[in-house]
Design a binder for this molecule. Structure first.
Ligand code: ADP
Ligand code: ZN
Ligand code: ZN
Length: 686
């Protein structure tokens, strides 16, 4: 592949354009990182092609300054994968390739200057190995019939096959992953396992290490997620790239881990919205994982108790092969669900008498109780009783949330732009001192519970109580150690945790999600409720879930009563099909922001016209629906007004083609440079 003088095309981490051509005078391969001049600066880029001829005047082409060879080049297969992601999500290849590397490998400062000393890899290798504490090996339980059948099916698949592991909460899906992974390792292949949020499920990492380290070796397990420091991430990435790590456990970004000799991919909780990156390259790690498995011709397991409707429909169409775990793995039943109709009840601080009685019984029985409320802070707003003033963010069209301070004055926080201020002494409008919190957040519920159950130990787990690194782990550990009687929390407590002694789950204010504009809201609410319900009675059985609602007749709640995912999915799929919504159509979202709402809307209107013309030229107008530009529900955030334009099509290739031409035009248009805009393919939130 190398020659004395060669042309190379290089991608850089730039929002526009590329690849860029350079001349290399040293041996270089595809996948090598190079230092190149760009404008007046220098950058690290990656060689993605060795063209026979440059694409423009050779006399204008600059030289590669240095070929970095401290790590082996990225493989052709990996670059193919990155190329797919870039094409599919309509971003420049460089914006996929470079952010996928640990930052020291793409930072010029790490290679130049006094402290460079041969670069970050050489420095890391010189440093003493951090002694990894090895996990104490644990033994597997005896598998049940469903688990055994699932493992055998995965093991028997030759080449690509997508499995949808549909197992109720507590059905032992983890066990299936671990066995399938162990068999893959035994065949000399490697495993990539994705989880939604690693720091929320240290249990998962623990059991994985305990069970697979004996097979994979002490350095055989690598963990990759965004909370790692640069050095930690580089170390983990290198151990993957050098083939030491045999099994990689990670969050969405680890789909870009540099492994080709995979034998198995696993996506746990495949329905989880955390798999979607929300800025830059807005990819779905789940969808990319399926592509990667297909490209590498290996099996992939997507696991969930509440699969995304996309995956469910794929299973119905037999694109995916379904594996069912209908029962809990331990000898326990699913919790019973009770809907508490709050319309006719006298509530006490947002808690119904039924829930309070049930809590008393469980606590007397030395069981733990979880109160789930997806709203952090003390109260969603502060309100003046005299004049009706409500605390609002000056930069956003939202209320500011009241937060109780442990010391000093209480604060008002904006959850959208981060703005914080102290609570004013009197009403800013009328000066009255009689200001009251409006509604309830986790802090306020925690306070009420401490009053109602003075003998109980109450703990709150949410984004506020877990700001410090490692604090979430410590708090969860105290729950597992039985040092907590009542746990109050947001969705952080709902996911994945295997609480042994939790008997009752109370759900407050679920209705808030019921009437959202977003057509996916019921699907998300149902998944969330099933998840949090699944925390009850996991080891003891006889768990109970109480959902307080003013709309018990809603299909979401009726399905929850029976743990009936299948029925709920059926109902929702019929609605989606009738309305031609995903998965029966494909969507893309062009969003724009500007100081004035009209600027954003005008941009989208102009963009819509361009798209209409293009669709006619490309002869696909009949296949594409372009909706009207609309302001977002929360129109102003951080003083920027936001609007969006939805594109829909039942024919993905036509839409992808239109998007490609459309983006090219929008990028060229000088008017569009003055406004912030972006395109998202397969948006999850609308
Ligand atoms: P899921 O991920 O499906 O919600 P888990 O994998 O967390 O469920 O398993 C739930 C519980 O059941 C765990 O405590 C696990 O140790 C236990 N378990 C799993 N498989 C078996 C089995 N075959 N026999 C007994 N217990 C099991
Ligand atoms: Zn007032
Ligand atoms: Zn704000």
């Amino acid at each position: 592949m190398s020659a004395l003088i060669s042309w190379v095309s290089v991608v850089l981490d730039l929002p526009l354009g590329g690849p860029f051509d350079y001349r290399a005078t040293a041996p270089v391969s595809i996948g090598d990182r190079v230092i190149v001049p760009f404008g007046r600066r220098k950058m690290i880029g990656v060689v993605v092609d060795l063209p026979a001829q440059p694409s423009y005047d050779p006399t204008l082409i600059k030289d590669v300054e240095q070929v970095l060879q401290d790590v082996a080049p990225l493989t052709q297969s990996w670059i193919r994968f990155a190329r797919f992601a870039a094409d599919y999500y309509q971003r420049p290849l460089g914006e996929v390739v470079l952010p996928a590397l640990p930052s020291p490998l793409r930072s010029l400062a790490a290679y130049q200057g006094k402290r460079a000393a041969g670069g970050p890899v050489a420095r890391l290798d010189k440093r003493r190995k951090v002694s990894q504490h090895t996990a104490t090996p644990s033994t597997a339980p005896i598998l049940n019939v469903g688990q055994q059948a699932a493992i055998d099916a995965i093991d028997a698949s030759q080449g690509f096959k997508a499995f949808l592991l549909f197992g109720v909460t507590g059905s032992g899906k983890t066990e299936v992953y671990l066995h399938a992974a162990a068999r893959t390792l035994a065949r000399g292949k490697r495993v990539l396992m994705l989880v939604p949020e690693i720091n929320l499920t240290p249990q998962f990492e623990q059991s994985l290490r305990a069970r697979l380290e004996p097979v994979a070796g002490p350095e055989g397990v690598a963990v990759l997620h965004s909370a790692l420091s640069d050095g930690e991430r580089l170390r983990a990435w290198l151990s993957v790239q050098r083939g030491q790590a045999r099994i990689v456990l990670g969050t969405r970004l680890s789909i870009f881990a540099p492994i080709d000799d995979l034998g198995l991919l696993v996506v746990d909780e495949e329905h989880d919205a955390s798999y979607k990156q929300q800025d830059g390259l807005r990819y779905s790690a789940r969808d990319l994982a399926v592509w990667r498995a297909h490209d590498l011709n290996v099996p992939i397991v997507l696991g969930s108790a509440t699969p995304s409707l996309e995956s469910w429909v794929n299973a119905q169409k037999k694109n995916y092969h379904r594996l069912d775990l209908p029962d809990r793995a331990r000898e326990v039943t699913l919790p019973s669900v009770r809907l508490v109709d709050t319309r006719r009840l006298q509530m006490e601080h947002g808690l119904s008498p039924h829930l309070i009685t049930a809590m008393r019984e469980r606590l007397a029985n030395k069981e733990q109780v979880l109160i789930f409320l997806n709203r952090r802070g003390y109260a969603p707003a502060l309100h003046c009783n005299s004049c009706g003033w409500v605390s609002q963010c000056s930069r956003c069209t939202t209320f500011t949330v009241l937060h109780r301070a442990t010391q000093g004055r209480n604060q008002l926080h904006c959850h959208h732009c981060g703005y914080q201020q102290r609570v004013p002494k009197g009403c800013p409008e009328c000066g009255d001192q009689d200001m009251q919190p409006m509604g309830r957040g986790t802090q306020r519920i925690e306070e009420h519970l401490a009053e109602l159950f003075p003998e109980a130990r109450v703990l709150r787990i949410d984004a506020d109580s877990t700001r410090k690194k490692g604090s979430a782990q410590a708090l969860f550990a105290s729950v597992h150690a039985g040092e907590v009687d009542i746990l109050v929390g947001t969705q952080m407590v709902a996911k994945g945790h295997d609480f042994a002694n939790l008997g009752l789950v109370g759900v407050l204010n679920a209705d808030a999600m019921l009437f959202s504009q977003d057509f996916r809201a019921p699907e998300r609410l149902f998944a969330q409720l099933m998840q949090v319900a699944g925390r009850a009675g996991r080891h003891t059985g006889h768990g109970e879930v109480m959902v307080q609602t003013g709309y018990p007749e809603q299909p979401v709640y009726q399905a929850l009563l029976k743990h009936d995912y299948t029925g709920f999915a059926q109902h929702t799929i019929r609605e989606r099909e009738a309305a031609c919504l995903p998965p029966f159509s494909h969507q893309a979202l062009l969003s724009a922001e500007a100081r004035e709402l009209n600027t954003a809307l005008d941009f989208l209107t102009a963009a819509r016209e361009i798209a209409t013309t293009l669709a006619a030229q490309l002869d696909c107008a009949g296949l594409i629906t372009l909706y009207d530009p609309v302001p977002l529900r929360i129109v102003r955030v951080d003083n920027m007004c936001r609007a969006q334009l939805l594109i829909e099509s039942t024919h993905r290739p036509s839409m992808q083609q239109l998007l490609r031409y459309w983006l090219a035009e929008l990028n060229q248009n000088p008017d569009t440079r003055r406004i912030g805009w972006q395109l998202e393919v397969d948006p999850l939130e609308i």
